[in-house]
Design a protein around this ligand. Structure first.
Ligand code: GLY
Length: 354
């Protein structure tokens, strides 16, 4: 078992990484939630047939009463209507302030269930059991929970740290290749922004089987980087922005594809290559960096460039929440393994991208 502790004032919690952990979820939830009687488990239509009963059995065996709530799989479920449905279902299940919510699924389930936990009864405890690579290395750690609005993604949300994060790498075996690759975009990002040695480690493992052979180390390394960044900047006012490497331009690609053509990971992959190329043009990033990143992403089956018009870039830059006024903070690489914020005029950025 690999263990990390995210140390935040009054809200410290453990991340546990171990094969077969799902079947022991009850034991670890009992330790983290000694007062809870009921656990309200939220999952989706993809995950429920695979892992809900195994998880619920373990929770029941540990003495919890278990409520189950299954949402349709997919981003459209991260909406106000599903949130309201969750609130009502939680009250119908007689959830109390000493009980807790369990998010069993990917980023959509974690964000929606986490936001419901943050708001129901003015906040109850919650546990993240992420079942995709993307949610294991990113969204389940750090306490950002949200739903999407018509105006954009993740616009209504909270910082609400989980009490516990349980990661069972075995659940990744049932992911389609494309979904695994999607998560790998964020894994590569950690190497780019904070750990050149980890980038080299990944470069030697271009295939899923080789990555899975070392998956505990990979999950640990990514979560440890995120832990350090979140401990220094929980509220995303400084260093946490580094986690957005590739995301500003990725946002443009997601917009360009109307959130249908490209997944988040695919958009971030192309965004990282473009941001590295831009860094090279600005004289910040060593020549050849974009090519190295592109080589790794292509081997993983991820796109390294996505068509995007100036208007689509402009829309993304204008809306990007990191932007303030005429300037934007882009994340660029001083070298592979070291990212820095780079303030620039939005107009100058759009000119560079044209
Ligand atoms: N996914 C970026 C963050 O958690 O800050």
């Amino acid at each position: 078992m690999k263990t990390l502790t995210v140390s935040l004032p009054g809200r410290s919690y453990q991340i546990l990484i171990s094969r077969g952990l799902l079947a022991k979820a009850g034991e670890y939830c009992r330790k983290a939630l000694p007062r809870a009687g009921r656990l309200f488990v939220v999952t989706d239509t993809n995950v429920a047939p695979l892992y809900l009963e195994r998880t619920a059995d373990s929770l029941t065996a540990a003495g919890f009463q278990v409520s189950r709530h299954i949402i349709p799989a997919g981003e459209p479920s991260k909406c106000a209507a599903q949130l309201a449905g969750l609130w009502e279902a939680m009250m119908a299940a007689r959830l109390t302030r000493t009980d807790a919510v369990v998010a069993l699924g990917g980023g959509v389930v974690g964000d929606l269930a986490g936001f419901a936990a943050a708001t129901i009864l003015r906040g109850v405890d919650f546990v993240q059991i992420p079942t995709t690579l993307l949610s294991q290395v990113d969204s389940s750690v750090g306490g950002k929970v949200a739903i999407d609005l018509e105006a954009g993604k993740n616009l209504a949300g909270a910082f609400w740290q989980p009490r516990l994060v349980l990661m069972d790498p075995e659940v990744l075996d049932t992911l389609p290749d494309a979904t695994f690759a999607d998560g790998m975009a964020e894994v590569v990002k950690y190497g780019c922004i904070k750990d050149g040695t980890f980038f080299d480690f990944l470069a030697q493992r271009p295939e899923r089987a080789a990555l899975m052979a070392d998956i505990e180390h990979i999950l640990y390394t990514c979560c440890n980087i995120k832990r350090i960044v979140v401990e220094r900047d929980e509220r995303d006012t400084g260093e946490r922005m580094l986690l957005n490497f590739g995301h500003t331009l990725g946002h443009a690609y997601e917009l360009a594809g109307h959130y249908q053509t490209w997944t988040h990971g695919q958009a971030v992959a192309a965004g990282m290559v473009r941001a590295a190329g831009l860094g090279e043009r600005l004289g910040v990033t060593p020549a050849g960096t974009a090519e190295r990143i592109a080589g790794m992403l292509a081997a993983l089956g991820l796109p390294t460039a996505i068509p995007c018009t100036g208007a689509e870039y402009a829309a993304a830059v204008g809306l990007d929440k990191k932007g303030a006024g005429d300037q934007i903070t882009l994340i660029v690489l001083e070298e592979l393994g070291h990212a820095v914020p780079w303030r620039m005029e939005k107009a100058a950025l759009l000119e560079e991208l044209a």
